[in-house]
Design a protein around this ligand. Structure first.
Ligand SMILES: C[S@@+](CC[C@H](N)C(=O)[O-])C[C@H]1O[C@@H](n2cnc3c(N)ncnc32)[C@H](O)[C@@H]1O
Length: 271
């Protein structure tokens, strides 16, 4: 047993090489371990805790495991979603993809998401536009299970299919959205990324192969809008690839909050 203030001091030291805010992460982990909030830790520094159990979690984090996989929680668009090892941890920049799609929706469309992961994009769109019909796919069954759990948490309904791209989906889709894997297969990953599922990260030898496949499929369908997240260095390759398309379209690239190219929206009906 150990006092809360002493345990936090020790944990902070253990996390100094891993976390930008070691004390904050030490507090998050302890609050999670105790099933309390961080205010409790401030209010009860003298309380004694089972230090072994707590330090097990701290050691995982000190070994670079993302904190979200330890607490099984992630914040996205101001809401708390479940996350689990085996499914990509949502990134804040994906909130911009939700906004870019939202700007172009009337609210009654059929939207298809390719690679739903934890469900954050589809669920946020459904919360913003309750009359959308959303069909979402993933090749990873764990992702579909997690989306189901998150959709239940927020009381929304998403139609889920375990399939590649939109294979086997016969419904007339209006809008396609995707944050697909877009990292080069050969890229060396930072340590925390190595905890995340490979099929959520790697998009092929060049990195943009899955994106190109999605673009190709979009141009064979009646869907009018395609919105995708992409890598910061993929704008010119995507732009070049689109030059070969015969059908008229307009493309808007968007940037993330760091000012890096981060995605695009193609519209067929704005030309
Ligand atoms: C970068 S993650 C995005 C997850 C989630 N949409 C998000 O933004 O956090 C990409 C997702 O696409 C899935 N995926 C990869 N290839 C796929 C394919 N061919 N068809 C459908 N989903 C695929 C992965 O399993 C993963 O869940």
């Amino acid at each position: 047993m150990m006092r809360i203030d002493a345990a936090l001091k020790e944990a902070k030291k253990m996390l100094e090489n891993v976390a930008d805010r070691p004390l904050f992460e030490a507090q998050i982990l302890l609050a999670h371990f105790l099933g309390r909030d961080r205010v409790f830790l401030h209010a009860h520094p003298e309380e004694r805790i089972d230090a072994d159990g707590y330090f097990e979690l701290v050691k995982r984090r000190a070994n670079f495991e993302p904190i979200e996989y330890i607490t099984k929680k992630v914040s996205f668009y101001g809401k708390e979603f479940f996350v689990e090892p085996g499914v990509l941890i949502p990134r804040p920049e994906t909130e911009i993809l939700v906004d870019e799609v939202s700007k172009r929706l009337k609210g009654e469309e059929i939207v298809a998401e390719i690679g739903v992961g934890s469900g954050i994009i589809s669920i946020m769109l459904k919360l913003k536009f309750p009359n959308l019909r959303i069909i979402a796919t993933d090749i990873n069954p764990k992702a579909l299970q997690l989306t189901k759990k998150n959709a239940k948490r927020f009381g929304v309904s998403i139609e889920l299919h375990q399939t590649s791209y939109l294979d086997g989906i016969a419904e007339p889709i209006d809008v396609i959205v995707s944050n697909p894997p877009y990292i080069k297969n050969e890229a060396t990953l930072e340590k925390p990324l190595s905890f995340e599922p490979k099929e959520a990260l790697f998009g092929g030898e060049r990195g943009d192969e899955v994106l190109r496949e999605i673009i190709d499929r979009f141009f064979t369908m009646d869907a009018k809008i395609l919105a995708c997240e992409m890598g910061y260095d993929q704008k010119s390759s995507i732009h070049e690839y689109l030059q070969a398309k015969k059908e008229p379209f307009l493309i808007d690239f968007y940037k993330d909050l760091a000012g890096l190219d981060r995605g695009f929206v193609i519209q067929k009906d704005r030309v």
